[in-house]
Design a protein around this ligand. Structure first.
Ligand code: FAD
Length: 318
């Protein structure tokens, strides 16, 4: 089922959903599935599964040999999507990246997703591969998510990269893209960021999921500006409950966001991480209640490997 149909079928009632990250190679899939099992109580109709690239850097050697940087994709996204379908009977939403893929590799990847019966994809450019600061596409790959949206749309119409391939399969993916209430870190200003977000929607994106934020005003402003720009697709807020004191400084650096003063004060007053986790839960409940009252279609939680705090939040809300 498409995300847009899940939203329609909910008849205005907010949906609970989540995102999981594939474990580092070799780690146990059972741990991940067991960890999210308690969240099934809240009946998420879909679960996002992220995609990552990893870098291995070999440091310069004393004998003068050149340091080597190897970038490779982290496996797991497709397998975990399949496991989620089988174990929970929930729609998985694999993240599909520009970074690390040629157009042909993307086409093959999408064909596999279609064969698995996956109806939704979240299309992303991907972050620059560490230690670099600027994103570099793979040769014959894409520089921007909008180009990848176009490829998925073409495939939905039966148009493949190479002539003669048109009868391979007919996908009908519902396409999500990312939005940034506090601006994407590379965008020169909000205006240009909106221009390119609109471009993704104009090229065929069906819905938007936002980067995490802790100040609802940023989200409400973002939605207002999207609507003013003529973006009419559903906008899903992404939420991360703060869970350690360190995250107060780490999350703004990684995700380029502002922490509201009241949250900063409350976390600074905590004596340990357990107290900070409780503050994070309470903040997230307040945030969610306000978002629900404003009529958001979905509350989408970034689990980042732990779900006990999200269970507590969801119990208050659903
Ligand atoms: P784009 O929409 O391509 O935009 C990238 C930048 O380029 C922006 O600054 C934009 O304003 C600008 N831009 C866009 N089009 C043009 C153009 N035509 N000309 C000039 N500038 C342009 N990363 C992962 O690696 N794996 C994941 O699974 C993952 N999941 C995510 C899920 C969500 C909900 C979000 C919000 C982010 C996720 N990310 C993930 C991070 C994401 O890959 C990064 O934020 C990345 O830097 C940008 O991706 P994008 O799809 O938003 O890029």
């Amino acid at each position: 089922t498409k995300i847009t149909d899940h939203i329609r079928n909910a008849n205005g009632k907010p949906i609970f959903s989540l995102e999981v990250i594939p474990p580092i190679k070799g780690d146990n899939l059972k741990n991940l599935l067991d960890n999210i099992e308690p969240l099934m109580e809240f009946k998420p109709p879909f679960i996002d599964v992220t995609y990552h690239r990893e870098e291995y850097i070999e440091q310069p050697m004393p004998d003068g040999t050149i340091k080597k940087i190897v970038t490779r994709k982290r496996p797991g996204t497709v397998g975990i999507c399949s496991a989620i379908m089988h174990r929970f009977n929930v729609d998985p939403v694999p993240h599909v990246l520009c970074g690390g893929f040629t157009k042909e590799e993307t086409e093959d990847f999408l064909i596999d997703l279609h064969y698995l019966g996956i109806d939704n994809v979240l299309v992303l450019r991907g972050d620059p591969a560490k230690p670099f600061n600027t994103f570099k596409p793979k040769e014959n790959g894409y520089s921007y998510a909008s180009e990848l949206v176009e490829q998925v749309c073409n495939m939905n119409k039966g148009i493949y990269l190479h002539e003669g391939d048109t009868a391979l399969s007919s996908s009908d993916f519902c396409i999500g893209v990312a939005g940034y209430p506090e601006k994407h870190f590379e965008a020169v200003d909000h205006t240009s960021d909106f221009k390119y977000l609109k471009q993704k929607v104009d090229k065929g994106a069906d819905y938007i999921v936002t980067q995490m934020f802790f100040d609802n005003r940023k989200f409400f402003d973002f939605v207002d500006k999207c609507r003013q720009a003529g973006i009419t697709v559903p906008i899903i807020p992404g939420l991360k409950p703060l869970s350690t004191r360190k995250q107060l400084t780490v999350l703004p650096k990684i995700f380029y966001l502002d922490m509201p003063e009241d949250l900063v004060k409350a976390v600074q007053a905590c004596e340990n991480d357990e107290q900070a986790r409780q503050v994070g839960i309470e903040w997230s409940v307040l945030q969610s209640r306000e978002l629900m009252a404003a009529g958001v279609p979905v509350l989408h939680f970034y689990t980042m490997g732990k779900s006990d705090n999200i269970v507590k939040i969801a119990r208050e809300l659903f």
